[in-house]
Write a protein that binds this ligand. Structure first.
Ligand code: KIV
Ligand code: NA
Length: 276
């Protein structure tokens, strides 16, 4: 399986081949994503909630992102890795270059993702000019949760739908290689997908997008917390893991583990010597 590059993304769109993306945050999850044949791995700043226990993505730092991106790229050498620029690290062109540069040079990411529309067009242009591929992200942009008044569907009225549609066109114009559409009505996602030559990658955006992204912890059911409507659990990872840990606990208490098979032996005469 050949590693995708951003130049392959338009091709996939033309051939109507769905792009499959998922998040990973460390070496083992990256290995699993690659073993399963995922097209693109996202080191999302959802890291903040999924792995670090924060209530939002706002506390995630560039250090956090570099640290986890390094682990992911060590685990998935044959898969395209996109890393999120965290909150407040791309409010101007210079900051965007410095921080995206760190994700590329230290994290070895293949591209960066940033949230926002028209207001970040000049940062996107500067990154693309510097040779850093950019994936856009519009609709529900979790770094703006305080501005949006919560995690809710965006673009369900004509004015905000129009604003998101225009933002999508401008992101393509600015040089984005693809755009994540989060929590928008499927009709709007379909219209944007039709209007662009770069792929759309949906999450809570319906089936018309060119690709799909899901958070690792949602798809494996790794969190016992609330699951958003758009997330689909493919296993009860949390339940199965707690069960396994509880079984381990029980066996140690009952002295069923460690047993003969999990212990090391010693020559009989040496054992005798030790006893005497
Ligand atoms: O951080 C993340 O996981 C994301 C996806 C939800 C697109 O940005
Ligand atoms: Na994110």
């Amino acid at each position: 399986n050949k590693k995708l590059s951003v130049t392959d993304l338009r091709e996939k769109k033309i051939h109507k081949e769905k792009l499959v993306m998922m998040t990973a945050y460390d070496y083992p999850s990256a290995k699993m994503a690659e073993a399963a044949g995922i097209d693109m791995i996202l080191v999302g700043d959802s890291l903040g909630m999924a792995v670090l226990g924060y209530d939002s993505t706002l506390p995630v730092t560039i250090e956090d992102m570099v640290h986890h991106t390094k682990a992911v790229t060590r685990g998935a050498k044959q898969t395209m890795v996109v890393a999120d620029l965290p909150f407040l690290t791309y409010t101007n062109v210079q900051d965007a270059i410095i921080h995206a540069g760190r994700l590329m040079q230290e994290g070895l990411a293949d591209a960066v993702k940033m949230e926002g529309g028209t207001e970040i067009a000049s940062q996107i242009e500067a990154l693309v000019q510097a040779g850093i591929p950019v994936i856009g992200h519009i609709g529900l942009t979790p770094q703006a949760v305080n501005q949006l008044g919560g995690f809710k569907v965006q673009g369900s009225d004509p004015i905000s739908a129009k604003r998101i549609f225009i933002a999508a066109k401008e992101l393509e114009q600015a040089g984005c290689s693809g755009i994540v559409l989060e929590c928008v009505p499927r009709v709007l996602a379909g219209l944007i997908t039709e209007a662009l030559s770069i792929p759309t990658i949906g999450i809570g955006a319906g089936a018309e997008c060119d690709g799909q992204v899901l958070v690792l912890h949602d798809l494996l059911g790794l969190s016992e917390a609330y699951l958003p409507r758009f997330a689909k659990q493919y296993m009860d990872g949390y339940g199965q893991m707690v069960e396994a840990i509880a079984e381990y606990r029980k066996e140690v208490k009952e002295q069923a583990f460690p047993d003969h098979d999990h212990s090391f032996g010693m020559k009989k005469e040496w054992a005798e010597q030790l006893r005497n």
